[in-house]
Design a protein around this ligand. Structure first.
Ligand SMILES: NC(=O)C1=CN([C@@H]2O[C@H](COP(=O)(O)OP(=O)(O)OC[C@H]3O[C@@H](n4cnc5c(N)ncnc54)[C@H](O)[C@@H]3O)[C@@H](O)[C@H]2O)C=CC1
Ligand SMILES: O=C(O)CCC(=O)C(=O)O
Length: 411
């Protein structure tokens, strides 16, 4: 199912559970603004290359719009729209004072040199600089982008509006980035998983984990789960997939990936078919790469008892129904991966206050937010007699709806 159709379906179901007025429902669904820009750069060999960049600003009822920028060949308007909408509900679930946005460029960052990526990022920033800002829309990294990308956006933005580090988050620490932001999404996944397992009388230690994706989110989740005593039995990335039923040595794998730029060929595990990663035998499955990977084609074959959505929209609604019948518990993206945007909020606050927090403080306050978020989601599950996905959606949608009504519509 198309990402936008899936996300909007979940939203509509939550709106029904909340009994929202149909006109309010419509107004919450339509994006605030959709930006599509042409980005042409000279490549290193002198030829021209043209790309399409997007920024969808979905909602700003609760504060400046917030969300990552993705560089990936499959970036398209519907996908960015869905991701922007998810950010609106996610920031509300996390209870950080933001709305939602997302951006992206349809490109393969692995096929561009560093200088080509820099030129592309600068051209994209030139096209959108008037529409982003500390109190309007604050970008951050997502798939295919990283702190360096944010540094280029910051620098290009400064040429038009002056130096203003809070215009992006997920920056390098040397430019005002927050300690702990790099690991924050993975750390949030750890806290969220621990809270869920505790409800089932289990803990991280003793569980067997499978992780799809070994980039920022997947590799940090793997390292922190490993430190917490969890056994990671299979991992995949774009280069391939590996399995070791006795547990993969994650510290060595992180070093290997840094060196070889992929997990393929890692000597401490056996290669497996990349398509089978999601149906590997495990207790907890953590998709941490692309959206839509768990769908009606493979949901029946999933062997995990718990799915933690570190990626955005990895499960489509048809898979949700199949998995629910099988008794698989899904911790939804808009809560499970909210650690990233939560620490982005801490970074923004630190930049505005010109005061830097210690990493211990960042991690400690993140834990407080994730614990509160989990309890708030469960409270909505009780109120509306629904699963965790609808618990999170009703929580987020209700907070945005209340802010929207309070602000009103009179011109
Ligand atoms: N970076 C962040 O702070 C946040 C990221 N997310 C979501 O987490 C997911 C991963 O994002 P990042 O780790 O930041 O991206 P990344 O670019 O750092 O890493 C992506 C990983 O996915 C792998 N991958 C790509 N295509 C794949 C495929 N077909 N099969 C298996 N692996 C594949 C890549 O090889 C890489 O290991 C995305 O869905 C993103 O939207 C969600 C919240 C915050
Ligand atoms: O850190 C942020 O502002 C947004 C991260 C993001 O794109 C996401 O949560 O999907």
């Amino acid at each position: 199912m198309n990402a936008l159709a899936a996300t909007s379906r979940n939203f509509r179901q939550a709106a029904r559970l909340l009994g929202l007025d149909s006109k309010l429902e419509k107004s919450l669904l339509i994006p605030f603004r959709e930006i599509k820009v042409e980005c042409t750069i000279p490549k290193d060999d002198g030829t021209l290359a043209s790309f399409v960049g997007f920024r969808v600003q979905h909602d700003n009822a609760r504060g400046p719009m917030k969300g990552g920028i993705r560089y990936h060949p499959e970036v398209d308007p519907d996908e960015v729209n869905a991701l922007a909408q998810l950010m609106t509900w996610k920031t509300a679930v996390a209870n950080v004072p933001y709305g939602g946005a997302k951006g992206g460029i349809g490109c393969d960052p692995g096929k561009l040199s560093i200088s080509e990526l820099e030129r592309l990022t600068r051209v994209f920033t030139q096209k959108i600089h008037d529409l982003i800002g500390v109190h309007t829309d604050v970008p951050a990294p997502d798939m295919g982008t990283n702190p360096q990308t944010m540094a280029w956006i910051l620098d290009e933005y400064a040429k038009f509006h002056g130096y203003s580090p809070a215009v992006v988050t997920g920056k390098p620490v040397d430019l005002g980035g927050s300690l702990g932001r790099d690991a924050a999404t993975g750390r949030g996944v750890l806290f969220a998983t621990a809270a869920l397992l505790q409800d089932y009388g289990k803990s991280i230690s003793g569980q067997r984990f499978v992780i799809q994706g070994f980039g920022n989110v997947g590799s940090w989740a793997a390292q922190l789960i490993n430190e917490g005593g969890g056994k990671i039995v299979a991992v995949s990335d774009i280069s391939g997939a590996i399995r070791n039923p006795n547990g993969i040595d994650i510290t060595s794998l992180v070093k290997y990936v840094k060196d070889k730029r992929g997990i393929k060929g890692f000597p401490g595990a056996d290669p497996i078919d990349a398509n089978s990663i999601l149906i590997e035998d495990c207790d907890v499955l953590i998709p941490a790469a692309l959206g839509g990977v768990i769908n009606k084609e493979n949901a029946n074959e999933i062997r995990a008892k718990f799915i933690i959505e570190a990626a955005n929209h990895p499960c489509d609604p048809e898979a949700d129904e199949i998995l629910s019948k099988k008794g698989v518990v899904i911790l939804p993206d808009i809560f499970a991966n909210s650690g990233g945007v939560t620490v982005s909020y801490f970074e923004w606050v630190q930049n505005i206050q010109c005061f830097m927090w210690s990493e211990e403080k960042v991690n400690g306050v993140l834990k407080t937010y994730m614990t509160k978020g989990y309890n708030d989601v469960k409270e909505m599950c009780k109120t509306h007699n629904c699963d965790l996905r609808m618990g999170a959606f009703t929580l987020g949608v209700n907070r945005v709806a209340r802010a929207t009504v309070l602000r009103g519509w009179e011109a």
